[in-house]
Write a protein that binds this ligand. Structure first.
Ligand code: NAD
Length: 427
């Protein structure tokens, strides 16, 4: 299911996912000269829970699944993070993704810690009834972990707003009251937020505009290329188009579409809708490959499809002045240094695509208030938080002469560490 915000994690090294997350953490910890004790504290998850989930299958037989929830940290507030259903999900992966959520919430000043959950199952093999009983029993087993003041799940890989509705209902039945704020990513009718669907793309454009302003470039004078035309890519393309930018190329799995005079993005969205969700044959454009799109002569490049698109093989050919990572991990670690040398400003995923988690936070606030905001209010507040987050990270990058990616980790780890120091260690 696509078309709305999930809390997806970065691509991790399959062999040692926790280690690949720790590399970035160590780099920032080094510059911060983080005290050994704090380092140990922040490198260790607060809680790791493994549960067995018995489910009565349609055949009448019982099948037992393994479920996980890891709370990496709850220093800034209750922990937050998605739940994924996948055949190969494991504790080590969930641990790494939970830590990643800590840094992501911190960088945009969302007052949440990081968590992640998973159930080892193949959702494609489950009937609708089994798919409902599984998260309900998982939730029942996690009643002491979840809670609007403790730990707040959200959708991730293979879970969606319906699964969130079942989790909310199971938790509420046990609490004997309706507790909407226990999960985010719910349908609007159950307390979801306006503007959540577009939140990630909107955040991408807010930070892109902030970057352009630092570079003294006017949005209505720039050219843009966007890779991927799903939730993040199409919303980003449309919003930057509305700012007067010339979007010269867009793409999806069917290939890239180029027009040096600019593509009419609302028309492309309409075309895609009526063309089996594909851009194939987009009128008024020339076909190019997804690889060519990345190397186009343009001012802004928004990779919003998948990971590992800009690597050491093509980094030296990138001509954009700003890259805003809509996707998770579209620039590989070894491409970072090449882009930096070329003076290209890369707005890292942890910041650029954090609009979704920000509106998740708004959803939680609205559920707790029992007062729901207009879309206009959600967007205004989202823009402000993303803009502030960009300015904070930019300030750190300038001060320490490091890249925005390094600065984003530096900023978020520093904030969690400072809060932890202030709270002290409860004995
Ligand atoms: P989506 O499924 O809605 O869209 C993906 C788009 O990428 C589609 O247009 C698809 O055709 C295209 N695509 C797939 N493979 C491609 C390829 N090889 N070359 C070019 N295009 C290709 O997904 P989405 O929700 O827009 O997510 C895109 C990326 O952003 C993912 O990395 C995701 O983890 C990340 N992300 C999404 C959100 C969110 O709110 N949806 C939040 C944070 C990060």
């Amino acid at each position: 299911m696509t078309g709305y915000y999930k809390e997806p994690g970065p691509k991790l090294d399959r062999e040692s996912p926790f280690e690949s997350m720790m590399e970035r953490f160590r780099f920032a910890a080094d510059i911060l000269q983080l005290d050994d004790g704090l380092f140990q504290y922040l490198a260790s998850p607060v809680k790791q829970v493994i549960v067995s989930i018995p489910v009565v299958m349609d055949s009448g037989k019982i099948q037992v699944f393994e479920g996980y929830r890891v709370i990496h940290d709850n220093v800034l507030g209750p922990s937050k993070g998605g739940i994924r259903f996948a055949p190969d999900v494991n504790l080590n992966e969930v641990k790494a993704l939970a830590a990643w959520m800590t840094w992501k919430c911190s960088v945009v000043n969302v007052p949440f810690g990081g968590a992640k959950g998973g159930v080892r199952c193949n959702p494609k093999e489950l009937s609708l009834g089994e798919l409902e009983r599984l998260p309900r029993r998982y939730t029942a087993n996690m009643l002491e972990v979840f809670g609007p003041d403790r730990d707040i799940p959200a959708p991730d890989m293979n879970t969606n707003e319906q699964v969130m509705a079942w989790i909310m209902d199971t938790y509420s039945m046990n609490a004997q009251r309706t507790e909407k704020a226990v999960v985010t990513g719910k349908p609007i009718i159950l307390g979801g937020s306006q503007g959540r669907k577009e939140a990630t793309g909107r955040g991408v454009v807010t930070v892109t505009l902030a970057a352009l302003s630092k570079l003294g470039m006017m949005p209505n004078k720039v050219t843009v290329a966007v890779q991927g035309f799903g939730n993040v890519g199409s919303v980003s393309a449309n919003l930057i188009y509305e700012q007067g930018a010339r979007v010269i190329a867009i793409s999806d799995v069917s290939g890239g579409y180029y027009n040096k005079n600019g593509i009419d993005i609302p028309a492309a969205i309409e075309y895609q809708k009526n063309n089996n969700n594909s851009l194939e044959g987009l009128p008024g454009t020339e076909s190019i490959s997804n690889e060519e799109l990345l190397e186009l002569d343009c001012d802004v490049l928004i990779p919003a499809a998948k990971e590992d698109q800009i690597s050491r093989h093509n980094a030296s050919k990138i001509k954009a002045k700003v890259i805003a990572e809509g996707a998770n991990g579209p620039v590989t670690a070894n491409a970072d240094a090449i882009l930096d040398k070329k003076g290209i400003m890369v707005i890292p995923d942890i910041l650029a695509n954090a609009g979704g988690v920000t509106v998740s936070y708004f959803e939680w606030v609205q559920d707790r208030q029992g007062y729901f905001w207009t879309e206009e209010r959600v967007n205004r507040r989202l823009n402000r938080m993303m803009r502030d987050a960009f300015d904070n990270v930019y300030g750190v990058a300038e001060k320490h002469q490091i890249t925005l990616r390094q600065a984003a980790y530096f900023y978020s780890i520093d904030k969690v560490a400072a809060t932890l120091k202030m709270r002290g260690i409860y004995a």
